[in-house]
Design a binder for this molecule. Structure first.
Ligand code: ADP
Ligand code: MG
Length: 313
Protein backbone atom coordinates (compact mmCIF):
# COMPACT_ATOMS: atom_id res chain seq x y z
CA UNK A 1 0.00 0.00 0.00
CA UNK A 2 1.30 3.43 -0.92
CA UNK A 3 1.88 5.86 1.91
CA UNK A 4 1.36 9.59 2.07
CA UNK A 5 4.83 11.00 2.57
CA UNK A 6 5.95 14.56 3.27
CA UNK A 7 9.58 15.05 2.27
CA UNK A 8 11.63 17.89 3.73
CA UNK A 9 14.61 18.63 1.50
CA UNK A 10 17.75 20.00 3.16
CA UNK A 11 20.45 22.25 1.75
CA UNK A 12 22.33 19.48 -0.06
CA UNK A 13 19.25 18.70 -2.19
CA UNK A 14 19.44 22.18 -3.72
CA UNK A 15 23.10 23.30 -3.69
CA UNK A 16 24.51 26.70 -2.79
CA UNK A 17 24.13 28.72 -6.00
CA UNK A 18 22.30 28.79 -9.35
CA UNK A 19 24.43 26.28 -11.31
CA UNK A 20 24.75 23.97 -8.29
CA UNK A 21 21.00 23.99 -7.82
CA UNK A 22 20.35 23.03 -11.44
CA UNK A 23 22.59 19.97 -11.05
CA UNK A 24 21.44 19.06 -7.54
CA UNK A 25 17.73 19.03 -8.42
CA UNK A 26 18.32 16.28 -10.99
CA UNK A 27 19.50 13.90 -8.26
CA UNK A 28 16.77 15.16 -5.96
CA UNK A 29 14.14 14.46 -8.62
CA UNK A 30 15.44 10.88 -9.05
CA UNK A 31 15.16 10.21 -5.32
CA UNK A 32 11.62 11.63 -5.20
CA UNK A 33 10.37 9.87 -8.34
CA UNK A 34 11.71 6.56 -6.94
CA UNK A 35 9.11 6.94 -4.18
CA UNK A 36 6.34 8.00 -6.57
CA UNK A 37 7.11 4.99 -8.76
CA UNK A 38 6.59 2.73 -5.75
CA UNK A 39 3.07 4.08 -5.39
CA UNK A 40 3.60 6.63 -2.62
CA UNK A 41 1.85 9.99 -2.56
CA UNK A 42 4.57 12.60 -2.15
CA UNK A 43 4.46 16.21 -0.98
CA UNK A 44 7.71 18.16 -1.01
CA UNK A 45 8.89 20.90 1.32
CA UNK A 46 12.38 22.42 1.28
CA UNK A 47 14.81 24.84 2.89
CA UNK A 48 16.01 28.12 1.32
CA UNK A 49 19.04 29.36 3.31
CA UNK A 50 21.45 30.20 0.46
CA UNK A 51 18.68 31.23 -1.93
CA UNK A 52 16.91 33.67 0.37
CA UNK A 53 20.33 35.09 1.33
CA UNK A 54 21.11 35.66 -2.35
CA UNK A 55 17.77 37.32 -3.06
CA UNK A 56 17.96 39.49 0.05
CA UNK A 57 21.46 40.63 -0.91
CA UNK A 58 20.39 41.44 -4.46
CA UNK A 59 17.41 43.45 -3.22
CA UNK A 60 19.62 45.30 -0.71
CA UNK A 61 22.08 46.24 -3.47
CA UNK A 62 19.18 47.50 -5.55
CA UNK A 63 18.05 49.77 -2.71
CA UNK A 64 21.62 50.96 -2.15
CA UNK A 65 21.94 51.85 -5.85
CA UNK A 66 19.07 54.36 -5.64
CA UNK A 67 17.43 54.64 -2.21
CA UNK A 68 14.96 57.27 -3.50
CA UNK A 69 13.59 54.90 -6.11
CA UNK A 70 13.85 51.43 -4.51
CA UNK A 71 12.58 50.95 -0.99
CA UNK A 72 13.91 47.88 0.91
CA UNK A 73 12.24 44.59 0.06
CA UNK A 74 10.46 42.94 3.02
CA UNK A 75 11.94 39.61 4.08
CA UNK A 76 8.58 37.89 3.61
CA UNK A 77 8.72 38.94 -0.06
CA UNK A 78 12.27 37.54 -0.36
CA UNK A 79 11.00 34.20 1.01
CA UNK A 80 8.15 34.24 -1.54
CA UNK A 81 10.66 34.87 -4.34
CA UNK A 82 12.81 31.96 -3.13
CA UNK A 83 9.78 29.64 -3.16
CA UNK A 84 9.07 30.63 -6.75
CA UNK A 85 12.61 30.15 -7.97
CA UNK A 86 13.23 26.85 -6.17
CA UNK A 87 9.76 25.61 -7.15
CA UNK A 88 10.59 26.34 -10.78
CA UNK A 89 13.78 24.26 -10.68
CA UNK A 90 12.04 21.40 -8.84
CA UNK A 91 9.03 21.42 -11.18
CA UNK A 92 11.34 21.40 -14.18
CA UNK A 93 13.48 18.49 -12.91
CA UNK A 94 10.55 16.43 -11.57
CA UNK A 95 8.58 16.80 -14.81
CA UNK A 96 11.55 15.54 -16.82
CA UNK A 97 12.24 12.61 -14.49
CA UNK A 98 8.56 11.57 -14.42
CA UNK A 99 8.25 11.74 -18.21
CA UNK A 100 11.53 9.83 -18.65
CA UNK A 101 9.99 7.01 -16.61
CA UNK A 102 6.68 7.16 -18.45
CA UNK A 103 4.75 8.53 -15.47
CA UNK A 104 2.06 11.01 -16.37
CA UNK A 105 1.70 13.24 -13.31
CA UNK A 106 1.48 16.98 -12.91
CA UNK A 107 3.83 18.89 -10.60
CA UNK A 108 2.87 22.18 -9.00
CA UNK A 109 4.35 24.59 -6.49
CA UNK A 110 2.11 26.35 -4.01
CA UNK A 111 3.39 29.68 -2.73
CA UNK A 112 2.68 28.94 0.90
CA UNK A 113 1.97 31.35 3.73
CA UNK A 114 2.53 29.97 7.21
CA UNK A 115 0.93 31.56 10.22
CA UNK A 116 3.13 32.55 13.13
CA UNK A 117 2.16 33.97 16.51
CA UNK A 118 3.12 37.67 16.73
CA UNK A 119 3.54 37.06 20.49
CA UNK A 120 6.06 34.24 19.83
CA UNK A 121 9.03 34.78 22.17
CA UNK A 122 11.33 34.42 19.14
CA UNK A 123 10.32 37.95 18.07
CA UNK A 124 11.86 39.34 21.27
CA UNK A 125 15.03 37.37 20.67
CA UNK A 126 16.02 37.39 16.98
CA UNK A 127 18.88 34.97 16.44
CA UNK A 128 19.12 34.20 12.75
CA UNK A 129 21.66 36.33 10.79
CA UNK A 130 20.62 37.01 7.19
CA UNK A 131 21.67 39.07 4.20
CA UNK A 132 24.68 41.23 3.41
CA UNK A 133 27.31 42.49 5.83
CA UNK A 134 27.02 46.20 6.65
CA UNK A 135 29.38 48.88 7.93
CA UNK A 136 28.67 50.37 11.36
CA UNK A 137 27.19 53.49 9.66
CA UNK A 138 24.92 51.44 7.41
CA UNK A 139 23.85 49.29 10.33
CA UNK A 140 23.04 52.34 12.52
CA UNK A 141 20.97 53.78 9.68
CA UNK A 142 18.97 50.54 9.29
CA UNK A 143 18.33 50.42 13.02
CA UNK A 144 17.16 54.04 13.07
CA UNK A 145 15.15 54.06 9.86
CA UNK A 146 13.75 50.52 9.65
CA UNK A 147 13.92 49.23 13.20
CA UNK A 148 16.13 46.30 12.15
CA UNK A 149 17.90 44.24 14.78
CA UNK A 150 21.57 44.17 14.01
CA UNK A 151 24.50 42.23 15.48
CA UNK A 152 28.24 42.45 15.05
CA UNK A 153 29.08 39.14 13.38
CA UNK A 154 32.44 37.65 14.43
CA UNK A 155 34.54 40.66 13.40
CA UNK A 156 33.30 40.50 9.79
CA UNK A 157 30.88 43.40 9.97
CA UNK A 158 27.30 44.02 10.98
CA UNK A 159 24.37 41.86 9.95
CA UNK A 160 20.68 41.96 10.38
CA UNK A 161 19.25 39.24 12.62
CA UNK A 162 15.68 38.06 12.33
CA UNK A 163 13.38 35.98 14.45
CA UNK A 164 12.67 32.32 13.80
CA UNK A 165 9.16 31.80 15.23
CA UNK A 166 7.38 28.44 15.36
CA UNK A 167 4.92 27.69 12.54
CA UNK A 168 1.30 27.50 13.75
CA UNK A 169 -0.72 26.55 10.67
CA UNK A 170 -0.57 26.54 6.92
CA UNK A 171 -2.81 29.10 5.26
CA UNK A 172 -3.03 27.32 1.87
CA UNK A 173 -3.62 23.86 3.40
CA UNK A 174 -6.96 23.29 1.66
CA UNK A 175 -5.47 24.11 -1.76
CA UNK A 176 -2.60 21.71 -1.05
CA UNK A 177 -5.04 18.96 0.04
CA UNK A 178 -7.14 19.44 -3.11
CA UNK A 179 -4.09 19.26 -5.35
CA UNK A 180 -2.78 16.12 -3.62
CA UNK A 181 -6.26 14.55 -3.94
CA UNK A 182 -6.18 15.37 -7.66
CA UNK A 183 -2.98 13.32 -7.97
CA UNK A 184 -0.52 16.18 -8.34
CA UNK A 185 3.00 16.17 -6.94
CA UNK A 186 2.95 19.29 -4.78
CA UNK A 187 5.85 21.47 -3.63
CA UNK A 188 4.79 23.54 -0.61
CA UNK A 189 6.11 25.37 2.47
CA UNK A 190 9.39 26.27 0.73
CA UNK A 191 11.92 27.86 3.05
CA UNK A 192 9.63 27.08 5.98
CA UNK A 193 6.86 29.14 4.39
CA UNK A 194 6.21 32.86 4.05
CA UNK A 195 5.72 33.96 7.67
CA UNK A 196 2.47 35.87 8.19
CA UNK A 197 0.30 36.83 11.13
CA UNK A 198 -3.33 37.84 11.43
CA UNK A 199 -4.20 41.50 11.89
CA UNK A 200 -7.67 43.08 11.55
CA UNK A 201 -10.40 41.24 9.68
CA UNK A 202 -9.02 38.69 7.25
CA UNK A 203 -5.78 40.51 6.62
CA UNK A 204 -2.51 38.60 6.86
CA UNK A 205 0.65 40.64 7.29
CA UNK A 206 4.11 39.40 6.31
CA UNK A 207 6.51 39.05 9.24
CA UNK A 208 10.25 39.83 9.15
CA UNK A 209 11.18 36.30 10.13
CA UNK A 210 12.45 33.00 8.78
CA UNK A 211 10.62 29.82 9.81
CA UNK A 212 12.64 26.63 10.28
CA UNK A 213 11.82 24.26 7.41
CA UNK A 214 11.99 21.18 9.64
CA UNK A 215 9.22 22.55 11.90
CA UNK A 216 7.13 23.78 8.95
CA UNK A 217 7.37 20.34 7.29
CA UNK A 218 6.19 18.77 10.54
CA UNK A 219 3.09 21.00 10.60
CA UNK A 220 2.46 20.30 6.90
CA UNK A 221 2.71 16.54 7.46
CA UNK A 222 0.28 16.74 10.38
CA UNK A 223 -2.23 18.92 8.55
CA UNK A 224 -2.10 16.54 5.55
CA UNK A 225 -2.50 13.52 7.84
CA UNK A 226 0.59 12.00 6.28
CA UNK A 227 1.85 8.57 7.31
CA UNK A 228 5.51 9.50 7.17
CA UNK A 229 7.67 12.60 7.45
CA UNK A 230 11.04 12.14 5.77
CA UNK A 231 13.76 14.67 6.54
CA UNK A 232 16.47 14.35 3.89
CA UNK A 233 19.79 15.83 4.88
CA UNK A 234 23.57 15.40 4.65
CA UNK A 235 23.90 12.39 6.99
CA UNK A 236 22.52 8.86 6.57
CA UNK A 237 21.58 8.50 10.23
CA UNK A 238 21.34 10.44 13.45
CA UNK A 239 24.18 9.84 15.87
CA UNK A 240 24.79 10.17 19.57
CA UNK A 241 28.25 11.40 20.53
CA UNK A 242 28.36 12.84 17.01
CA UNK A 243 31.91 13.41 15.78
CA UNK A 244 33.44 11.83 18.89
CA UNK A 245 35.40 8.58 19.15
CA UNK A 246 32.40 6.80 20.70
CA UNK A 247 29.99 8.05 18.01
CA UNK A 248 27.03 5.70 17.57
CA UNK A 249 24.63 5.78 14.61
CA UNK A 250 21.00 5.09 15.48
CA UNK A 251 18.59 2.92 13.47
CA UNK A 252 15.53 3.57 15.58
CA UNK A 253 14.44 5.99 18.26
CA UNK A 254 11.32 6.25 20.36
CA UNK A 255 10.16 9.76 21.28
CA UNK A 256 11.22 9.12 24.89
CA UNK A 257 14.72 8.02 23.88
CA UNK A 258 14.99 11.02 21.57
CA UNK A 259 14.00 13.38 24.39
CA UNK A 260 16.61 11.84 26.66
CA UNK A 261 19.33 12.33 24.03
CA UNK A 262 18.13 15.89 23.36
CA UNK A 263 18.41 16.69 27.07
CA UNK A 264 21.92 15.23 27.06
CA UNK A 265 22.84 17.60 24.22
CA UNK A 266 23.61 15.07 21.47
CA UNK A 267 22.02 17.09 18.66
CA UNK A 268 23.42 20.43 17.53
CA UNK A 269 20.96 23.36 17.77
CA UNK A 270 20.28 24.85 14.35
CA UNK A 271 21.10 21.63 12.48
CA UNK A 272 20.16 18.20 13.90
CA UNK A 273 18.17 19.34 16.93
CA UNK A 274 15.23 20.87 14.99
CA UNK A 275 15.04 17.70 12.86
CA UNK A 276 14.81 15.41 15.87
CA UNK A 277 12.30 17.77 17.54
CA UNK A 278 10.16 17.84 14.37
CA UNK A 279 10.42 14.04 14.01
CA UNK A 280 9.32 13.48 17.61
CA UNK A 281 6.42 15.94 17.31
CA UNK A 282 5.17 14.20 14.16
CA UNK A 283 5.62 10.67 15.52
CA UNK A 284 3.58 11.58 18.61
CA UNK A 285 0.85 13.48 16.73
CA UNK A 286 -1.25 10.36 15.96
CA UNK A 287 -0.96 6.57 16.19
CA UNK A 288 0.91 4.89 13.37
CA UNK A 289 2.87 7.94 12.28
CA UNK A 290 6.61 7.73 11.85
CA UNK A 291 9.46 10.01 10.87
CA UNK A 292 12.68 9.17 9.09
CA UNK A 293 15.93 11.10 8.94
CA UNK A 294 18.36 10.04 6.21
CA UNK A 295 20.39 10.98 3.14
CA UNK A 296 18.67 12.15 -0.03
CA UNK A 297 20.12 9.21 -2.02
CA UNK A 298 18.86 6.77 0.62
CA UNK A 299 15.22 7.88 0.67
CA UNK A 300 13.96 4.74 -1.09
CA UNK A 301 15.99 2.36 1.10
CA UNK A 302 14.94 4.33 4.14
CA UNK A 303 11.24 3.97 3.37
CA UNK A 304 11.84 0.24 2.86
CA UNK A 305 13.29 0.13 6.40
CA UNK A 306 16.83 -0.60 5.25
CA UNK A 307 18.59 2.52 6.51
CA UNK A 308 18.19 5.93 8.11
CA UNK A 309 17.01 6.70 11.63
CA UNK A 310 13.32 5.94 12.14
CA UNK A 311 11.49 7.75 14.94
CA UNK A 312 8.20 6.21 16.05
CA UNK A 313 6.33 5.22 19.17
P1 ADP B 1 19.87 20.68 6.31
O1 ADP B 1 20.28 21.66 5.27
O2 ADP B 1 19.53 19.34 5.73
O3 ADP B 1 18.85 21.20 7.27
P2 ADP B 1 21.84 20.92 8.47
O4 ADP B 1 23.27 21.21 8.17
O5 ADP B 1 21.01 22.00 9.06
O6 ADP B 1 21.22 20.35 7.13
O7 ADP B 1 21.76 19.65 9.46
C1 ADP B 1 22.39 18.41 9.16
C2 ADP B 1 23.75 18.32 9.84
O8 ADP B 1 23.60 18.15 11.25
C3 ADP B 1 24.57 17.12 9.46
O9 ADP B 1 25.25 17.30 8.25
C4 ADP B 1 25.54 16.99 10.65
O10 ADP B 1 26.77 17.61 10.36
C5 ADP B 1 24.87 17.78 11.76
N1 ADP B 1 24.67 17.07 13.03
C6 ADP B 1 24.71 17.68 14.24
N2 ADP B 1 24.48 16.83 15.24
C7 ADP B 1 24.29 15.60 14.66
C8 ADP B 1 24.00 14.30 15.19
N3 ADP B 1 23.87 14.09 16.49
N4 ADP B 1 23.86 13.27 14.31
C9 ADP B 1 24.00 13.48 12.99
N5 ADP B 1 24.27 14.70 12.43
C10 ADP B 1 24.41 15.76 13.25
MG1 MG C 1 19.10 22.93 8.56
Amino acid sequence: MGKRIVIALGGNALGNNLPEQMIAVKQTAKAIVDLIQEGHEVVIAHGNGPQVGMIQKAMTELTRSDPEKYIPCPLSVCVAMSQGYIGYDLQNALREELLDRGINKGVATVLTQVEVDPEDKAFQNPTKPIGAFMTKEEADKMVAERGYNVIEDAGRGYRRVVASPKPQSIIEIQSIRDMVAAGLVVVACGGGGIPVYKTEGHHLKGAAAVIDKDFASCVLAQQLEADTLIILTAVEKVAINFGKPDEKWLDELTPDEARKYMDEGHFAPGSMLPKVQAAVQFAESAPGRSALITLLEKAKDGVAGKTGTAIHQ
